[in-house]
Design a protein around this ligand. Structure first.
Ligand SMILES: Cc1ncc(COP(=O)(O)O)c(C=O)c1O
Ligand SMILES: N[C@@H](CCOP(=O)(O)O)C(=O)O
Length: 519
């Protein structure tokens, strides 16, 4: 899939405008500005500038002159989903470790009892107080939850583009027109620094690498295998910190817009004649031999950043819990990250329940769906076939165990989308003013199926997670709208009309258009 289109400018908009929406909705999403006791918020750009400093210097001085009280928060790696009584294995986050002794996944475990010393109302007010500011590092949607992410890192070591705080879009017209729903939302995680949700995890991982390098740990650079978005985020955050990045890409399987991102950001790019699963295998072998730190979501640090999107959704709904959250799944770290974010909010008293999660896969790359349909009987990796949702063309997801756990704990569901279904859903969403990526089309297809079967009701508050910007995937849209896809009807195509350059021809075309188009 080739395209000459480039990514649009970063957009860190929040949803303040939506606060004037009709009150037929269950709650009005908004970001509050309550002053929280522990919020350090005096270094606004105006007074920072007047002191002749930058925001990082100011944060450092604030910390030294007014260190936070009673904040003995900490986190460590533990084996994923094992009994802490019988298995006491754990590692400092300053160690370079991706797997447990038994070869299983790791998880970042926070000292929940220290966090519980503060009531849910404290955390809600603290997080709300930090939204929309430029206070370093809390202006980031990820680092505004620093105590729950990497509590021990110095703000000085953080590498951030003030990611997060992404728009929660009320999909009013799409919901009404295609689904008879009035409370449908799209969380635009792709409207971000490098155009995907990967920024949320990468700021955390690269910040920790920055700290490790300052501690003289053996980290020459950071590497990943990628279907295009992880590599874009990794290379941007590394470039911003002056850290070498190395990316393994499956040759000819990612969009041009995604390919150009690490190239432009100065990464060492290897285009490898295999698929993503092949690249993943190679980067795992390479990072166990060379001083290259692994940046894929096998590394549980990433998920600490990605989980903040779940917290942000609750915050945007003024801490009301939606009924459903639908996430497209590939390597399957993100569905667990959403579960973890929601569950922490419940455990720490910010909310009293969690939403039901739906993971949506492309039918051409659907190992989780097949596993779910077998009644979680036996997991079998698949050979992933080509899909327009190219960033989830993954047959052997590293986080399969995390995904199953998240779905079981949230009474979750797995759905799949054929190529035609996902492209139609993408075009339908775009026709209502969005400009989504095909992976979001996969998630919307899952929603359509669950609405049709009545599992999701017309008034259920539902959030579809949009994972990347549509501008990264323009070639698929061009193919669709020019009806240039084999064996696809492209029912919602809207091709341009070629007209001769004379008044009569233009008038004829317009009259025909006006007579056919409903007002
Ligand atoms: C745009 C996009 N959507 C969805 C996903 C799936 O996320 P995960 O691999 O965490 O399941 C990815 C990456 O895999 C992606 O790049
Ligand atoms: N879609 C991903 C695939 C790798 O996922 P990760 O979360 O494990 O890094 C990409 O963009 O590379």
């Amino acid at each position: 899939m080739a395209s000459s289109y480039l990514l649009q400018s970063p957009n860190f908009s929040n949803n303040l405008k939506l606060s004037s929406r009709p009150n037929t909705l269950k709650a009005t999403p908004r970001f509050l500005s309550i002053k929280a006791a522990a919020a350090a918020s005096s270094n606004t750009p105006a007074n920072t500038a007047s002191k002749g400093n930058n925001i990082r210097d100011e944060a450092r001085r604030q910390y030294l002159t007014n260190p936070p009280q009673n904040q003995n928060f900490s986190a460590k790696y533990v084996p994923f989903n094992t009994d802490p009584v019988t298995n006491t294995e754990s590692y400092s986050l300053d160690e370079i470790v991706y797997r447990s002794q038994s070869g299983g996944l790791l998880d970042v475990q926070h000292d929940i009892s220290a966090l519980k010393a503060f009531p849910g109302s404290y955390w809600r007010a603290l997080f709300d107080s930090r939204v929309g500011k430029t206070t370093w590092p809390y202006g980031s949607g990820v680092w505004s939850k620093k105590e729950w992410v990497l509590p021990e890192i110095s703000s000085d070591d953080i590498v951030s583009a003030f990611e997060g705080n992404s728009n929660l879009f009320w999909a009013e017209r799409f919901g009404k027109q295609f689904l008879e729903m009035n409370d449908l939302w799209v969380k635009h995680c792709g409207i971000s620094h490098t155009g995907s949700f990967k920024d949320l995890g990468m700021t955390v991982l690269v910040s920790q690498v920055n700290r490790l390098r300052k501690m003289n740990k053996p980290v020459f650079g950071v590497g990943c295998a990628s279907t295009g978005d992880t590599s874009a985020a990794l290379s941007a955050y590394c470039a911003s910190a002056g850290i070498p990045s190395i990316v393994f890409l499956p040759a000819d399987k990612i969009s041009i817009a995604q390919l150009v991102q690490p190239i432009a950001n100065g990464a060492f790019v290897l285009s490898i004649d295999t698929d993503f699963d092949g690249c993943m295998q190679l980067i795992r072998e390479v990072t166990s031999e060379l001083p290259i730190y692994l940046a894929n979501s096998l590394n549980s640090l990433r998920l600490e950043g990605q989980k903040t999107a779940a917290i942000e959704i609750l915050q945007q709904f003024d801490w009301e819990v939606p009924d459903w959250v639908i996430v497209p799944g590939g390597n399957l770290g993100n569905i667990y990250a959403f579960y973890k974010g929601f569950n922490m909010c419940k455990e720490l008293g910010l909310v009293d329940k969690i939403p039901r999660l739906v993971c949506a896969q492309a039918a051409n790359a659907n190992p989780l769906y097949l596993y779910y349909k077998s009644g979680w009987d036996e997991f079998k990796a698949v050979k992933a076939n080509s899909t327009f949702a190219s960033a989830i063309q993954i047959g052997d997801p590293v986080s399969i165990d995390r995904a199953v756990y998240a779905l079981k704990q949230s009474n979750g569901i797995v759905e799949e989308a054929t190529e035609e279904e996902l492209m139609d859903a993408t075009a339908q969403a775009d026709s209502t003013g969005m400009f989504i990526c095909p992976h979001t089309g996969v998630a919307l297809t899952a929603l359509m199926k669950l609405r049709k079967s009545g599992v999701i009701g017309p008034t259920d508050r539902t959030v579809v997670v949009s994972t990347a910007h549509g501008l990264k995937f323009t070639q698929s849209k061009i193919d669709y709208h020019s009806k240039n896809i084999k064996e696809m009807a492209c029912r919602f195509a809207n091709p341009p009309v070629s007209v001769k350059a004379d008044f009569g021809s233009v008038m004829d075309v317009l009259k025909k258009y006006l007579s056919k188009t409903p007002k």
